[in-house]
Write a protein that binds this ligand. Structure first.
Ligand code: NAP
Length: 193
């Protein structure tokens, strides 16, 4: 089974962005040994533009070969004139409003989302990167096999939750913790099935 891995940036208090979803205020923390980590160990989940800026856009992927995101997250790329923001991965965008894909590398998922993801997980391949946002992750919470949380040293007080889902207690096992000079933590959790 392919794993579904939610790789997400969050504040200390667990928000993935401002109430509007904006997460640009995390960017100033992309420095020092954390920047080295993103470039050398986590470049598979970086957008194509960032991979190009780091000079790693030609590097083959070994952990992920697909990404799924909600239309609101994808819209950020569309607004910047980019139709394939993760060109190194097969891209799936959940949307009921986009009826025709604007890019050959992007497949629109419009039917039963959970069934579509279960089918993707059954197919041969590498891991599936769940990009977000809260709406999509909330609907796919039960399907998440791995959580990689980049925690930035800021408290927001309120904001967009990691999962836009109803209350429920899901246990995960801590697999690794990394800390960086600028106070960023990267924790990996796995779900025991
Ligand atoms: N901190 C981070 O690491 C991180 C990562 C990713 C995103 N974000 C932030 O998250 C924000 C967006 O999150 P969000 O929760 O507002 O939206 P989202 O989950 O990105 O997208 C929601 C949209 O996905 C489509 N959708 C959702 N469920 C669907 C289903 N079952 N079937 C078909 N389509 C479905 C709908 O699109 P239609 O309206 O087209 O039907 C819906 O409006 C962005 O501002 C982004 O910055 C942060």
């Amino acid at each position: 089974m392919r794993k579904l891995s939610y790789f997400v940036a969050a504040s200390i208090d667990g928000f993935i962005g401002a109430p509007s979803g904006d997460a640009d205020f995390f960017l100033p923390f992309v420095t020092g040994d954390f920047l080295d980590y993103l470039r050398d160990e986590a470049a598979e989940v970086l957008p194509t533009a960032a991979r190009r800026a780091f000079g790693v856009d030609e590097r083959a992927t070994v952990e992920y070969d697909a990404v799924i995101q909600g239309r609101a997250s994808y819209q950020i790329a569309l607004d910047a004139g980019i139709t394939s923001p993760y060109a190194h991965l097969r891209e799936y965008v959940a949307s009921r409003s986009i009826t025709e894909s604007p890019d050959p590398n992007v497949e629109i998922v419009s039917g039963d989302l959970v069934a579509a993801v279960r089918e993707l997980k059954r197919q041969e391949g590498l891991g599936i990167y769940l990009c977000g946002g809260a709406d999509l992750a909330g609907q796919l919470k039960d399907e998440v096999d791995e959580l990689v949380i980049k925690t930035y040293p800021v408290v927001l007080g309120s904001g967009m939750p990691m999962f836009g889902a109803d209350f429920g207690v899901d246990a995960f096992t801590l697999a690794s913790v990394r800390s960086f000079d600028n106070g960023v933590l990267v924790r990996t959790y796995r779900r025991e099935r």
